[in-house]
Design a protein around this ligand. Structure first.
Ligand SMILES: [Mn+2]
Length: 174
């Protein structure tokens, strides 16, 4: 991971605010898990956090931490002005969240994503252009370790779930 990516990540992490996180449509384990792990760390750093979703989450993932309640946007409407920063994890493009309300132009957006198709649609773009990471959860694991963020048992389980999901249970040569 490039050093400047870590610096950017750290600077936003250490600036507590009102954080919005969102699952991508038809949320998969990497989307759910990366958002849960990031939300947990953001809270540790003093941010208030909401995770929104426009789709239901497969019940098979219900074993993951429930300390953070998902906000389901059944009408796909969101008041973006309630937030300082949108942490867009595992979201290859700016419309993948399915939210109908347009994103205000002045909102800070931190994109953290492993999809090579991601063109960098955020204010800060931490993207794996070299296909070094199999999942967004793998990227977070690297960031957390580099910054000496405690990988609690809950965070480890959560990140492993995302990595297992995106690799078809580690059946990817990378
Ligand atoms: Mn993914």
């Amino acid at each position: 991971m490039q050093h400047d990516s870590i610096i950017q990540f750290k600077s936003y992490l250490e600036k507590p605010g009102k954080a919005l996180l969102a699952l991508h449509r038809h949320p998969d384990p990497d989307s759910v898990a990366s958002n849960l792990a990031m939300a947990d760390v953001l809270r540790e750093y003093g941010h208030t956090v909401d995770i929104v979703s426009t789709d239901a989450i497969p019940s098979a993932m219900s074993f993951l931490s429930t300390s953070i309640q998902f906000v389901f946007l059944d009408d796909k409407v969101l008041d973006w002005s309630a937030y300082d920063t949108f942490w867009a994890l595992d979201m290859a493009a700016g419309d993948r969240h399915g939210i109908a309300t347009p994103i205000p132009e002045n909102l800070n957006i931190v994109v953290i994503d492993h999809h090579i198709s991601n063109k960098g649609w955020g204010t800060v773009n931490i993207i794996d252009n070299k296909e070094q990471y199999v999942s967004t959860c793998s990227m977070l694991l690297t960031f957390f370790k580099e910054l000496h963020i405690n990988i609690t048992a809950n965070r480890a389980t959560t990140l492993l779930t995302g990595i297992a999901g995106d690799t078809g249970f580690f059946c990817v040569w990378q």
